[in-house]
Design a protein around this ligand. Structure first.
Ligand SMILES: Cc1cc2nc3c(=O)[nH]c(=O)nc-3n(C[C@H](O)[C@H](O)[C@H](O)COP(=O)(O)OP(=O)(O)OC[C@H]3O[C@@H](n4cnc5c(N)ncnc54)[C@H](O)[C@@H]3O)c2cc1C
Length: 387
């Protein structure tokens, strides 16, 4: 594959690739087989400061740009590793950083940056509401100096491997607010305290190793001082972090696409059938070349969205398009890679089937393609709202 365009993050990319090389394919195969959390990998990334990339230096982080954070996640995926074990730490702390009080930031951010506290869990999705976030029913009722939380979350990834959870809950019932986006609030939940006081975590087995769970709240007390920003404004706080999330996930998909394309190209050059390299057949070349073109186009959109984000400009459409195009490119590359490998694409020791399962997620989560298309149709093209 062609080298990347020279960019400002060559050093970061090399250093991340070097770190990932300490966690070879055999490590990821074992994690996948055991459905285990890659603790050693996450600790190594934390100690090297990569998960604190977006935390300002004043709070002990690296204070890097979103593009730098994107380069880190892309290289993790490109190395064949699975950044899903820890990517959320990069973006969910944004709600705390942008909307938390000075006391909250001083309390949590330096500890998150040092690795003393893990903020990996993000409790938004619920079984009854799905994508319709404003219909969540988990409720936090204010009682004096604390809130009492009741309800259920689903797909709360990494909940068992996190010290803190960023929780979105209703604080005013939906039928008592002027706008359905009002009346939702964001809290920092101390997982240890909550587990001792009514919270239950139940793992969900999934087709890829993702450490995802469902979480039940039964009269869980959360101190009022753990409310982020103003009560009732939480939906806006979560939305304000979405563009960064989309751009970072898109970068992971670009890394996945590059991994699949390299793997497919190497094998197409090496494997001989009918006395010649399979890569000599256009039926093998073209899907890989097409996936490469899709990946490069998506990569341009990711970079464009990141540059708009960094300039403080509106990038909602671009961040969403980047996420959709990159997820589609990684899937096209995954398909081409399996097909190029023939039967060996299905063998565990080639790692393709594992990455194939992992890559599929990003057309569904953290937002599914249909919702991105609806956003573009409504907000960019001016078509009627479809839901
Ligand atoms: C492995 C995994 C990890 C996850 N991690 C987290 C996490 O850490 N925290 C968290 O809060 N959530 C998490 N999620 C949840 C994820 O964000 C949701 O699965 C995703 O947003 C889709 O929501 P849903 O599954 O409820 O699908 P639904 O909302 O039930 O939708 C089902 C299908 O219908 C389509 N659809 C729904 N409404 C419309 C419409 N109006 N127009 C067109 N199509 C529509 C959707 O696009 C989708 O294809 C995770 C999910 C998975 C699978």
């Amino acid at each position: 594959m062609q080298p990347d365009d020279p960019d400002a993050f060559a050093e970061i990319r090399t250093a991340v690739a070097r770190l990932c090389a300490q966690f070879p394919a055999t490590y990821w195969r074992q994690m996948d087989r055991d459905a285990a959390y890659p603790t050693a990998f996450v600790q190594a990334l934390t100690q090297a400061g990569y998960l604190a990339a977006l935390i300002p230096e004043a709070y002990g982080g690296a204070g890097l740009s979103l593009s730098a954070a994107a380069a880190i996640l892309e290289e993790i995926q490109r190395a064949g590793a699975n950044g899903a074990a820890c990517h959320a730490q990069m973006y969910i702390m944004g709600s705390l950083l942008r909307h938390g009080s000075e006391a909250q930031k001083a309390q949590y951010l330096p500890q998150i940056a040092s690795g003393a506290l893990r903020l990996q869990a993000f409790g938004v999705t619920e079984p009854g509401s799905g994508t319709d976030t404003t219909s969540i029913t988990t409720f936090a009722e204010k009682r004096g100096d604390h809130y009492v939380v009741n309800g259920q979350k689903v797909w709360t990834s990494r909940a068992e491997h996190s010290d803190l959870m960023l929780l979105l809950a209703r604080t005013t019932p939906k039928d008592k607010v002027a706008k359905r986006t009002d009346g939702l609030s964001v809290f920092i939940v101390d997982m240890k305290q909550a587990l001792a006081g009514g919270m239950t975590i139940r793992p969900i087995r999934t087709m890829m190793n993702h450490s995802t769970t469902e979480v039940f709240f039964d009269n869980v007390r959360v101190p009022a001082e753990n409310l982020i920003g103003e009560e009732g404004k939480g939906f806006r706080y979560i939305l304000s972090g979405m563009n960064a999330e989309r751009i970072l996930i898109a970068s992971e998909c670009i890394g996945d696409a590059k991994w699949f394309i390299t793997k497919a190209t190497d094998y197409a050059n090496e494997r001989r059938v009918f006395g010649r390299q399979i890569g000599q057949n256009q039926g093998i070349q073209f899907p890989i070349a097409r996936a490469y073109a899709q990946m490069r186009a998506a990569e341009l959109m990711v970079k464009h969205a990141a540059s708009l984000f960094e300039a403080g400009r509106d990038c909602g459409a671009e961040a969403n398009m980047a996420k959709m195009l990159a997820a589609e490119a990684s899937w096209a590359a995954a398909e081409a890679c399996v097909q190029t490998h023939g039967g060996f694409g299905f063998a565990e020791e080639y790692d393709i089937e594992r990455k194939f399962r992992e890559a599929r997620l990003y057309q569904v989560a953290p937002i599914s393609t249909n919702l991105i298309l609806s956003h573009l149709a409504e907000h960019v093209l001016g078509l009627p709202r479809s839901y």
